[in-house]
Design a protein around this ligand. Sequence first.
Ligand code: FES
Ligand code: FES
Length: 187
Amino acid sequence: MMITKDNRSHGAVGMGMSAGGTQAHGGGSGSAASLVSVALTINGTKHAVTLDPRTTLLDLLREQLDLTGTKKGCDQGQCGACTVLIDGRRVVSCLTLAVTKDGASVTTIEGLAQDGTLHPLQQAFIDHDAFQCGYCTPGQICSAAGLIAEGKAKTADEIRELMSGNICRCGAYPHIVAAIQQVMGRS
Ligand code: FES
Ligand code: FES
């Protein structure tokens, strides 16, 4: 079941329990009897993980896989700092149970650059000085990638509306919109 809030969807309920992949990771806080196996492709690499079924995708990424580019802000689905792409759709990973995404393909900020070349959005954020502390930036960039793929936003107002789930406490919004417009102009 998917619960939609603001401009993105949050996987919330259900369990997929299968295993596979090429990299194995143990861990999780549950007892052995309650652990489940999940297979995910993350940034192009297959991972077989064993985890407590209550583990969020965010905690799996950060705590078990050391992919700390994805940030934990509110941990309640309110700030967008934890946004990643799941099968191309932007999702807040703090409200997504990892077991519900068995077999899915996840892209985090670490997976956007290709062969040492920054993703156009990463470069545009630099070009437009679209961050100060940078804490929200991985989520902003993943969300913007999803936004562009959706193809719904045509104007600055529409970008602002459809990026409204990503909070920037530093108030870099005008620069963020400019960066996204730069990339939209190319695509
Ligand atoms: Fe997920 Fe804030 S940490 S929305
Ligand atoms: Fe600091 Fe956005 S750059 S929260």
